[in-house]
Design a protein around this ligand. Structure first.
Ligand code: G6P
Length: 360
C-alpha cells in the first residue's frame, strides 16, 4: 500500500489521531460560503420525499447507523429504522409508502449490504450510500452518494470511518431539518468544530487510556460496557472494538437490561466500564455501576463535563449532548488499542477478520 504509517507503530493509532482533521475536513466539504450546510440538492429532495428512512449496514457502520437514527428522528422528525444488512435479507420488514434506503459502508463493498441494495432496487425504491470510497460498488449502484472524506482506512478495526459517518449523518439530518423549516437551537457546524478540538484533547491523553487499559484488560477473559440512551450505542461500538483486536469477550449492554439477565455474569473482579454523557440517564447509569460493584465488579466511569462526579475515572470535555458519541468513542478506541497492545495482539490485522467482507 502507498499509505504509510509514518512515525506510528500501527495504522489504528494513526487513524484514531486523524479523527479531528477528518471532522474539520467534513465541515469544510459540507459548508457553503456563508457557513451554512451545503448538500447535494438531490439528496435533500430524496430525504424530503421520503416518509421513512431505512438504514442498512454491518459492523461498525451499523453502530454509526444507530446514532444516525437519533439525529434524523430528533432533528429532522423523520422516522428511521436501522437494520443489520445480513438480517434484512431474510427478515424484510413491512415497508412504508415512500422508503429511502441509506447504506452506510466505509468500503462500499460489503456483500451483505449490496444484496439488500439489489433487492430494494428491484422493488423500485431510492437509495443513498454514505461511504469512504465514492467509486465503490454500493456508491455506483445507489442513486446518490455522500462521501465521508476520511481518507483511506487501513486498520481492520474501523475508527475514523465511524466518526466520519456520524458527522455526515449529523449534516444530513440538519440539512433535512433546515429544508423542512425546523428551527434548531444550535449551530451544527460550529458544534462539530468544538467536537474536533475535544477529540484532539482526548488523543493527547493517550497515557491515561493506556493505564486504564493495563489496569482493566491485561488479565481478564471478559469485560462489560454499559450505557443508556446515546451511550448505549457507543458502548456497543466500544465492545466491538475490544473484541476485534484484543479477543477479550466483551459486550455493550443497556444499563437497564443488566438486572434482566446479564448481572448474573458479574463475578469478583469482572471489568465493567460505564459511559455517562447524557443528563437524563446520568443518575440511573450510576445506579447500575453501584449494583455491579456490590457484586464484586471492578468498575470505571467515563463521564462528561457537567455530569461528572469526583470518583469518575475520566471526564470528557463538554460537547453538544447530541454529538457526544463523536467524543466518547475516542477513549473507547484507545482503550481497545492499548488492551490489544498489552496482550501482544496484532492490532492492525486481527485474526479471522477482513477489512471488507465481499462474501455473504
Ligand atoms: C468488516 C470490517 C468491519 C466493518 C464491516 C462493515 O466486518 O471488519 O470493521 O465495520 O466490515 O464494513 P463497511 O465497509 O461496509 O463499513
Amino acid at each position: 500500500t502507498d499509505i504509510e504509517k509514518g512515525t506510528y507503530p500501527h495504522f489504528m493509532l494513526k487513524e484514531i489521531d486523524e479523527q479531528p482533521p477528518v471532522i474539520r475536513k467534513i465541515i469544510q466539504e459540507y459548508q457553503d460560503d456563508h457557513d451554512n450546510i451545503k448538500l447535494d440538492p438531490e439528496v435533500r429532495k430524496a430525504m424530503l420525499d421520503s416518509d421513512r428512512v431505512y438504514i442498512i449496514a454491518a459492523g461498525t457502520s451499523y453502530h454509526a447507523g444507530l446514532v444516525g437514527k437519533q439525529f434524523i428522528e430528533k432533528l429532522a422528525n423523520v422516522p428511521v429504522e436501522v437494520h443489520i444488512a445480513s438480517e434484512f435479507s431474510y427478515n424484510m420488514p413491512l415497508l412504508s409508502e415512500k422508503p429511502l434506503f441509506v447504506f452506510i459502508s466505509q468500503s462500499g463493498e460489503t456483500a451483505d449490504s449490496r444484496s439488500v441494495l439489489v433487492r430494494i432496487k428491484e422493488l423500485g425504491h431510492p437509495s443513498l450510500t454514505i461511504t469512504n470510497v465514492p467509486g465503490s460498488t454500493l456508491s455506483r449502484e445507489a442513486n446518490y452518494t455522500l462521501h465521508l472524506h476520511a481518507g483511506p482506512e487501513i486498520a481492520v478495526a474501523s475508527t475514523k470511518a465511524y466518526t466520519a459517518q456520524i458527522a455526515v449523518l449529523v449534516i444530513l439530518a440538519v440539512d433535512t431539518a433546515q429544508a423542512k423549516g425546523i428551527n434548531l437551537e444550535f449551530d451544527p457546524l460550529q458544534e462539530l468544530g468544538i467536537v474536533a478540538s475535544v477529540m484532539e484533547s482526548l488523543t493527547d491523553q493517550k497515557e491515561t487510556f493506556e493505564k486504564i487499559a493495563a489496569d482493566f484488560f491485561t488479565e481478564t477473559r471478559n469485560a462489560f460496557y454499559i450505557g443508556r440512551g446515546m451511550d448505549y450505542f457507543v458502548v456497543q461500538e466500544a465492545s466491538l472494538k475490544l473484541k476485534e483486536i484484543s479477543y477479550i469477550q466483551a459486550e455493550g449492554f443497556a444499563g437497564g437490561e443488566l438486572k434482566h439477565g446479564t448481572i448474573a455474569l458479574i463475578e469478583e473482579g469482572t471489568p465493567v466500564i460505564a459511559l455517562s454523557t447524557q443528563k437524563n440517564v446520568n443518575y440511573s447509569i450510576r445506579g447500575n455501576v453501584q449494583e455491579v460493584e456490590a457484586r464484586g465488579a471492578k468498575t470505571c466511569i467515563i463521564s462528561i463535563e457537567g455530569l461528572e462526579q469526583d470518583t469518575d475515572t475520566f471526564v470528557i470535555p463538554h460537547v453538544h449532548e447530541l454529538l457526544t458519541p463523536l467524543a466518547s468513542v475516542v477513549p473507547m478506541q484507545l482503550l481497545a488499542y492499548y488492551a490489544a497492545l498489552h496482550r501482544d495482539c496484532d492490532v492492525d490485522k486481527p485474526r479471522n477478520l477482513a477489512k471488507s467482507v465481499t462474501v455473504e
